[in-house]
Design a protein around this ligand. Structure first.
Ligand code: ATP
Ligand code: ZN
Length: 300
């Protein structure tokens, strides 16, 4: 009897901003899954990969303790936990594998619109409300600033109105929540996005193949999402100029066109998104019949 391979586990957020994006990423890696009745586990049907749905704050710990081989969560959460573990003497609680293309936000200070405080250098002794006390304390220490940090686990933006703090440090993406609470965004202390992490413990041999395959597929999906396949006709003499215009292009494939001597077909993979302006520039250099196609899969 052949032994079935050991199953690998990946921790993702149960219900929040990253949930759908993580599930979509796993699906694009080819994972077909069914959800357990309690909805807390997803069972991979076509790969030995299961996922655990948990609060994002629990993901670093599950990966650190090797309950899960991999995890996806915001760098903001990872950094706060990293500082917590470092204070307890653990300097390498997880391996950061790869930043992902979603969950973009920044951890920034924000000041009441009508207050006197406008810059972090002026905080002298004032109180900052935040859900990321260790990151903020670390920032204050590194910048030799004297402020008092109080932890709020949610709705940080109402702290100044409640009279609990003079300023806040919170996650911002569009700035809408700050404006609605009459706060003005100040200095950013951390640029964040979702990130793939791996347990610090060596992956046992029976799991390495699938951990590596999943990590490689995630990298492939990330590359593909930012890439485009471009085809066009162009005068041979414009090839160098065209290559220069294409963002992140590798060497193009140049093919002769039937019965046309001075023009060729150019096919190229661009590792960045291609904007209308680029297409207009290409046309100005003599390119025609320009097609931009999405790429479904790519294996480096
Ligand atoms: P949980 O119940 O899992 O603890 P949560 O309320 O802590 O959920 P969400 O608000 O769903 O978390 O955010 C998850 C992650 O999404 C954040 O940690 C952050 O990395 C990212 N994110 C992106 N944009 C924002 C934003 N505008 N505000 C907050 N988080 C954002
Ligand atoms: Zn959380």
């Amino acid at each position: 009897m052949t032994q079935s391979p050991a199953r690998i586990k990946i921790a993702i957020q149960k219900s929040g901003r990253l949930t759908e994006l993580c599930l979509e990423l796993l699906q694009q890696c080819g994972l077909k899954y069914s959800r357990g009745r309690d909805q807390l586990i997803g069972f991979g049907e076509n790969m030995p990969v299961d996922f655990l749905l948990v609060r994002d704050d629990d993901i670093p710990g599950l990966v650190k303790d090797d309950v899960c081989d991999l995890g996806i969560c915001g760098m903001n959460v990872l950094e706060e936990k990293r500082l917590e573990y470092a204070a307890a003497g653990d300097d390498a609680p997880f391996k950061m594998l790869q930043p992902l293309d979603f969950g973009h936000c920044r951890l920034a200070f924000a000041y009441p619109e009508d207050g006197d405080l406008q810059a972090i250098t002026d905080i002298d002794g004032q109180t900052i409300a935040t859900s990321y006390p260790l990151i903020v304390e670390d920032y204050l220490k590194r910048n030799q600033l004297n402020g008092q940090v109080i932890e709020f686990s949610g709705a940080v933006e109402i702290a100044p109105n409640l009279g609990r703090a003079e300023l806040i440090c919170d996650l911002v993406s569009t700035g809408g929540t700050l404006a609605a609470n009459r706060l003005v965004e100040g200095e950013t202390i951390l640029e964040s996005r979702a990130c793939l992490v791996q347990t610090p413990i060596d992956i046992p041999a029976e799991k390495t193949e699938w951990v590596n395959r999943l990590v490689e597929r995630i990298a492939g999906v990330q590359q593909v999402r930012g890439s485009k396949y471009i085809m066009m006709h162009a005068p041979r003499s414009a090839l160098a100029a065209i290559h220069e215009l294409l963002p992140g292009a590798e060497s193009p494939t140049v093919l002769p066109l039937d019965e046309v001597n001075d023009k060729v077909a150019v096919h190229v993979v661009c590792r960045e998104n291609v904007f209308w302006e680029t297409l207009e520039d290409l046309k100005r250099k003599g390119a025609s019949s320009i097609l931009v196609l999405p790429i479904e899969k790519m294996l480096a």
